[in-house]
Design a protein around this ligand. Sequence first.
Ligand code: B12
Length: 223
Amino acid sequence: MEDILEQIQKGILKGDTKYVIDRTELSLRYGISIEEIMRDALFPPMKLMGEQLRTQEIFIPEVLKASRAMHAALYVLRPIISHSSTSMKGLVVIGTVAGDLHDIGKNMVAMMLTGHGYTVVDLGIDVTKEQFAEAVMEYKPNILALSALLTTTILEMQNVIEYLESCGLRDQVKITVGGAPVTMDFAREIGADAYSDTVFDALEAVDDLMAGRMGKYSTNTIG
Ligand code: B12
């Protein structure tokens, strides 16, 4: 019999939302962990679609359809992740930077943080530096998390950090960045406090920032 996680992958690739919901619910009933579902069912089709998009085997409408199916799977997981939350560990403001409409990874990070005790204010996609600054003033978060998926928009992360500096807000918040084209070197260069490249590491990175620890995701490691 075909592996249920493979079935979810195929459902996402076809953009079959109903099927993806059904299979995701079933995998939870089978006792498959959320981590496994994300890693082995949700990430692979997105990776494959990235390659196919590059080689023009598929086009934007198909990717959009698949993204909707992927989000449907996330909605199935969301209540379960949220129920595992026990205490309020801190406040995180998260958003995808201006010019960038990709939000699947950001949404996963937001869900993971919510599920592990953080209050998350999600500003959505295409968020300007001014909107980030307003959110820092309004919510006074412990952590600001920036996401970007395009090599062009990662530069906007730097603009956000510089703008916060110019508003005198930079010292009031720790900043973590992520998204496929972001690297540790880049995070360091733009003055972010932490970088991590998966949803699971993002949680550890935020925990470290909250505790003032210089963990492996900190940009400020000595040596
Ligand atoms: C889905 C998708 C789309 C969808 C987005 C739908 C949505 N709601 O998000 C749509 C169709 C809208 C789209 C549009 C475009 N896309 Co697109 N897209 C993708 C695709 C296939 C998957 C992205 C994804 O969701 N991955 C799955 C998630 C889980 O991974 P992730 O986002 O990287 O997130 C993980 C980590 O990075 C990290 N993370 C993410 N954010 C954060 C934040 C923090 C704080 C932390 C700590 C961690 C973290 O944790 C996540 C989970 O592990 C990628 C290919 C790829 N392999 O990445 C191309 C890709 C990103 N897109 C690309 C392009 C070019 C475009 C378009 C310009 C296409 C066009 N010609 O119009 C437009 C741009 C629109 C815009 N202005 O943003 C290129 C980017 C190339 C580049 N180097 O810049 C890619 C790489 C495809 C390719 N191979 O060419 N896209």
